[in-house]
Design a protein around this ligand. Structure first.
Ligand SMILES: Nc1ncnc2c1ncn2[C@@H]1O[C@H](COP(=O)(O)OP(=O)(O)OP(=O)(O)O)[C@@H](O)[C@H]1O
Ligand SMILES: [Mg+2]
Length: 372
């Protein structure tokens, strides 16, 4: 094991008789940018505070490298936390705020000065060095927290939704900065967010949580393309789902299912299935094509007639909401780039209140569950 690996083994936690964390097992590698993603109340902060040492698990062990952290007080752990709220000293300047952890450690003045200037530069606040927090924007204040958390050179930096108080554009910018700070200093970052876009764009790996459990751990591509279950498939990105019974298996990889609502469909079997299994399949909205003309049948293409109930323009893409076979209960989402004026064939784009066809190839879908 390397020095700054984090290992969490069989951790459980109850608050007031309610189980908040359920048998958490996690290994985070030294230097990794690791995100914990999940909806509000699923236990992300509780888990992070446990790594920081503010909460002790009921059962289970937490290691940093070979060191058992479980009963070590926060100040003796080589980790540091950045919170959603900036928690800066309002009466101190940027310089003094960032210098504070080193002063506590009684470092000499020259050393403090060199380090503070280095970290102020890293977070781009050199020109604001003598200002107080209230004279700075939210994003700048969060940069002070980042510099202050890093100046002690922790082995692991814990970030609890550090960007959530900022507006979308600033969040994007600070996310890019966090990424380059991570590259530069190379320590382990554990980043909590409930924003799946943030997690997908920055992480080496992501743990997806719900109701105190980890449902999947994987790279952004793995959790997006091969979600472990329906929750992950729905929580990360958007999705359409359908169910059907396996009626034919072709080369063990492909086959047909019969869905009561949608009829006969081609499916790629990402999981092992047997004839007559009931399976649940997901198809991402961006993988579906929509056309006015009925697409030419080819071997593994699924084609369904739809009614375009709604078309929502949102700049770089448009979202179609369609009823399959005209049935209001069978709503599918389809995302298309620049769909407002022209479609793929350069003819006028399909609008709401039109009949159309949707189509996708068998291998664009993904088998989420096999219910025997
Ligand atoms: N000290 C506490 N005492 C009692 N219950 C608590 C305590 N801390 C957290 N909880 C409960 O534990 C659950 C998980 O809380 P936690 O703060 O870990 O969620 P979270 O995933 O960080 O949510 P959010 O995205 O809203 O920050 C919640 O139901 C919360 O009410
Ligand atoms: Mg939280």
């Amino acid at each position: 094991m390397t020095k700054n690996d984090i290992k969490i083994e069989n951790v459980n936690k109850h608050f007031d008789g309610v189980q908040i964390l359920k048998n958490i097992n996690l290994k985070i590698k030294d230097g990794e940018f690791f995100s914990i993603l999940g909806p509000s109340g699923c236990g992300k902060t509780t888990l992070l505070r446990m790594i920081a040492g503010f909460i002790t698990p009921d059962t289970g062990v937490i290691y940093l490298g070979d060191q058992d952290l479980t009963n070590l007080p926060p100040n003796l752990r080589n980790v540091n936390t950045i919170f959603q709220k900036y928690a800066l000293f309002p009466h101190m300047t940027v310089y003094e705020n960032i210098a504070f952890p080193l002063k506590i450690k009684k470092k000499n003045k020259l050393e403090i000065d060199r380090d503070v200037k280095k970290f102020i530069q890293m977070v781009g606040l050199t020109e604001h060095i003598h200002k107080k927090p209230h004279q700075l924007s939210g994003g700048q204040q969060q940069r002070i927290s980042i510099a202050r958390a890093l100046i002690n050179r922790p082995g692991v930096l814990l970030l609890d939704e550090p960007l959530s108080a900022l507006d979308a554009k600033l969040r994007q910018n600070l996310l890019i900065e966090l990424d380059s700070i991570h590259e530069e200093i190379g320590i382990t970052f554990i980043f909590i967010t409930h924003d799946q876009q943030e997690a997908l764009s920055i992480s080496d790996r992501i743990a997806v949580m719900n109701h105190g459990e980890i449902l999947q751990i994987g790279t952004p591509v793995e959790v997006y393309e091969s979600p472990a279950d329906t929750f992950v498939a729905d929580f990360i990105g958007e999705n359409n789902f359908f169910q059907g019974r396996v009626t034919e298996i072709i080369d063990s990889e492909y086959g047909k299912i019969y869905s009561e609502e949608l009829g006969e469909l081609f499916v790629e079997f990402d999981k092992k299935v047997e004839l007559n299994d009931l399976i649940k399949v997901s198809i991402r909205p961006e993988k579906i094509r929509v056309s006015r003309e009925k697409p030419k049948k080819n071997k593994m293409l699924n084609v369904l007639p739809v009614y375009v109930e709604e078309l929502i323009y949102s700049g770089f893409q448009s979202k179609y909401f369609v009823w399959i076979n005209g049935n209001k209960e069978l709503l599918f989402k389809i995302f298309k780039q620049h769909a407002v004026y022209f479609d793929d064939n350069d003819s006028e784009a399909i609008r709401w209140d039109e009949e159309a066809y949707i189509s996708w190839e068998a291998d664009d879908g993904f088998v989420i569950e096999v219910c025997k």
